[in-house]
Design a protein around this ligand. Structure first.
Ligand code: 1HN
Length: 370
């Protein structure tokens, strides 16, 4: 496949004085000539503005901690250090149409309730005592637990620990919502929600895997998972079990999707999330697909090669893979497993029929690196 634009079927009009004058006259009417931009707006294959980025937790953590004393949570709304892709500063995205940040809550702190059109998810990085109330349900979450705040759900959260801060990673689809001019936001009229009687009620009701509520009066009709929290204590053993029985994916190792227990589909309509295990010394093969991914290293150490560039990672680090970038992962420990949490926009890609995936076939399935 050649990607030259100097071929029949691509725009290849040379500039002339007459044409330049014509373009100027078109511009006066809020109009333009398609052939001047056609090749740019219809690339042969995706041309993300986002680039692969690795954010070191060791380097970011002191800066995140510093914000505790610099701003009051109440004034900031949420005290978050956001991670911004150098190619997407214009829309505060981490990669593609996904936003991410590290949120810190001091011991005893709590934030007021609000809701927005953007959907949110959390992956706890450190600290005991985090809680969140999502649509009146209180959830308690600890390190490596995953939780969702679906769009337009009231949410507030805090840290009821008494000695150490909680740091969790937020993932939101804000850039996606804004790209569609669909953003709404409301502060809770009472600033705080009434909370339901049982803590972790979604987990108690919907957290039993294949055993589902049957004939309950309050049947679930919302377009997102009725399960709001996915504890590490269930997810990690599930990975270890799958690893006993299967080789998993050649590109991702043993990978499981956090799913809506009622549909088997993604947790929310716009964002999905995975947890994957790389066995000691495992190196996966490279593939690429449409859709963007943000990773958090839940456990272990290794590296990923993304668009030919190697990024070494260890626990707490965050990195991203832009759409259509080749990527492969390796666990560099010969004794311990490595586990990656990730979230993505695959549900959007799939529901809009944008999904494509391709294996790297040359070089024994690996990218050449510089
Ligand atoms: C938000 O509501 C939270 O609720 C965190 O913790 C980060 C970033 C942008 C917009 C809303 C939260 C956010 C956010």
């Amino acid at each position: 496949m050649t990607y030259s634009d100097d071929v029949p079927g691509r725009a290849r009009v040379s500039d002339t004085a007459d044409l330049s004058a014509y373009y100027e006259r078109l511009a006066e009417h809020e109009a333009g000539a398609l052939w001047t931009v056609a090749n740019e707006i219809e690339p042969w294959y995706p041309q993300p503005k986002s680039v692969p980025v690795h954010w070191s937790y060791e380097r970011l953590r002191p800066l995140v901690l510093e914000s505790l004393d610099l701003v009051k949570a109440d004034d900031a709304g949420r005290r978050v250090v956001m991670l911004v892709n150098p190619g997407r500063k214009d829309i505060s995205a981490a990669v593609g149409m996904l936003y991410t940040g590290l949120q810190i809550m001091g011991p005893g702190e709590s934030m007021t309730a609000h809701r927005h059109q953007a959907a949110a998810l959390r992956f706890v990085v450190e600290g005991q005592g985090a809680w969140t109330i999502v649509d009146g349900q209180k959830l308690k979450v600890g390190p490596r637990d995953f939780a969702i705040t679906p769009n337009w759900a009231w949410h507030e959260h805090g840290n009821e620990g008494d000695d150490a801060p909680v740091i969790w990673q937020d993932g939101l689809d804000i850039p996606l919502v804004n790209a569609h001019d669909a953003g709404f936001y409301e502060v809770h009229p009472d600033l705080y929600q009434e909370q339901g009687k049982a803590v972790n009620s979604s987990l108690l009701t919907y957290g039993a895997g294949e055993l589902r509520p049957y004939g309950f009066e309050d049947g679930w009709t919302k377009p997102y998972s009725p399960l709001f929290a996915y504890p590490w204590d269930q997810a990690y053993p599930a990975l270890l079990n799958a690893a006993k029985a299967s080789d998993g994916s050649p590109y991702d190792g043993i990978i499981l999707e956090y799913s809506n227990p009622l549909t088997g589909g993604s947790v929310m309509p716009t964002m999905g999330a995975h947890l994957q295990l790389l066995r000691p010394s495992q190196a996966t093969k490279a593939h690429r697909h449409t859709g963007s991914v943000v990773y958090n290293v839940a456990k272990g150490q290794g590296h990923s090669i993304i668009a030919g560039q190697r990024f070494d990672w260890r626990e707490g680090d965050i990195f991203c893979v832009p759409s259509w970038a080749w990527h492969e992962h390796a666990n560099t420990s010969s004794t311990d497993d490595a586990v990656l949490f990730s979230f993505n926009d695959f549900p959007v890609m799939r529901s809009l029929a944008f999904w494509r995936e391709e294996a790297h076939t040359d070089n024994d399935g690996h990218q050449p690196t510089a």
